[in-house]
Design a protein around this ligand. Structure first.
Ligand SMILES: NC(=O)c1ccc[n+]([C@@H]2O[C@H](COP(=O)([O-])OP(=O)(O)OC[C@H]3O[C@@H](n4cnc5c(N)ncnc54)[C@H](O)[C@@H]3O)[C@@H](O)[C@H]2O)c1
Length: 349
């Protein structure tokens, strides 16, 4: 259930049906968002659990810490965990809640654009493990996802652009109108409520029809095979990357492969290169070890029987999933991305 600010009464009664309320925050959502959350006067009392921010903390140690604090504060099976934060907090909190005493209710209050339009919706929860993204987790639906646009006001431009990448993805996998109408109107306004609501509806619709990712839901992984590998490699090597930055780059490689495997018109790739350069900053990929990225991709959850599988598109809104791509073509698609990032026609300005 997606709730907006004018659904506050519904939210109040959802919360009231629980014995105790716990708020899970990271230090930034505590600093920037808790005050606003308190100002809407939903809760008389709560226990706060604060975890460190950042993907490097999306791990078992953090989940253990959440469980310990729930136990220390006598959380019972009718307790409620409200996750207030970006995708890292909602992934960790959803997972912690789903396993605690075999599952307690949780509500997501996303505070990043990426969290609003993607991570908090659809019921995927989990943590990274042994250097692999989202390796451990469960499908578990939040009782509600609460969208409060005001919470985006303190978000940095870089984080907003990270969310924008996932919105662009919906344009590729769902419909051209969505992409062309709003997104090709450069540069995009990532905090446009109409665009955000549309993106949330897209995510909600796709995931509602395939809760456990047996089929259609896989299309949401467009751009993620190489995107996740880049994210994993760079984080492991203590370099900065946002989830959406990996996806934005992974989508270019996926378009290259879509031309080769699905007959995608090159004009779509070319338009994306312009869109990318208009909205995102150049990302320096020089020196990235392609073979290490390949090794990470061999562990991708979408794989079956040792093949690396991709979501590709035949056209805007025409995704194809489970496409087995030859390793040499994956390498070519990464090199295509690296060449783009070094192409003075786009970045020489
Ligand atoms: N479950 C899913 O379906 C799903 C889908 C997509 C992504 N994800 C996951 O989501 C995570 C990425 O989420 P994210 O991009 O929101 O990152 P994030 O949660 O790490 O947040 C990014 C940064 O913004 C800070 N922040 C959060 N809200 C803020 C605010 N309002 N003002 C100022 N700073 C704020 C955070 O503390 C953090 O430093 C990844 O772990 C990814 O795997 C999950």
């Amino acid at each position: 259930m997606i709730l907006y600010k004018n659904d506050i009464e519904k939210l109040r009664s959802l919360i009231a049906s629980h014995t105790k309320t716990f708020l899970l925050l990271d230090e930034n959502s505590e600093k920037f968002c808790l005050q606003y959350f308190n100002s809407i006067e939903l809760l008389k009392s709560y226990t706060k659990i604060v975890i460190p921010s950042g993907e490097q903390h999306k791990n078992l140690g953090t989940v253990q810490d959440v469980w310990s604090q729930l136990i220390d504060n006598h959380a019972d099976r009718k307790s409620l965990l409200i996750n207030i934060g970006g995708g890292m907090v909602t992934d960790v909190g959803g997972f912690a809640a789903s396993c605690y005493q075999r599952g307690i209710d949780f509500i997501n209050v996303p505070t990043t654009l990426l969290g609003m339009i993607d991570a908090s919706v659809g019921g995927k929860t989990g943590i990274d493990f042994q250097g692999l993204k989202n390796q451990i987790g469960v499908f578990s639906q939040p009782l509600a996802v609460v969208i409060l646009f005001e919470l985006l006001e303190t978000l940095s431009k870089r984080e907003l652009l990270s969310g924008l990448a996932e919105i662009i993805k919906y344009g590729f996998i769902v419909d051209k109108e969505f992409l062309t109408a709003k997104l090709l109107d450069n540069p995009v306004n990532p905090v446009d409520p109409v665009l955000i609501k549309k993106a949330i509806d897209v995510k909600n619709e796709i995931t509602r029809n395939d809760v456990n990712e047996k089929g259609l839901r896989k299309i949401l992984n467009f751009g993620h095979t190489i995107g996740h590998a880049l994210e994993t490699y760079l984080i492991d090597n203590h370099k900065e990357i946002r989830h959406g930055e990996g996806v934005a780059m992974g989508m270019l490689s996926a378009l290259y492969l879509s031309e080769k495997y699905c007959g995608l018109n090159h004009q779509i790739t070319s338009d994306y290169k312009d869109l990318y350069a208009e909205n995102f900053n150049r990302f320096d990929l020089n020196g990235i070890p392609v073979e290490e990225l390949m090794e990470i991709m061999r562990h991708d959850k979408k794989n079956e029987g040792g093949d690396i599988r991709f979501v590709l598109i035949e056209d805007y809104g025409k995704p194809v999933y489970d496409v087995v791509v030859k390793p040499e073509d994956i390498v070519d698609s990464i090199n295509y991305l690296i060449d783009y990032q070094n192409d003075a026609n786009y970045w020489g300005k």
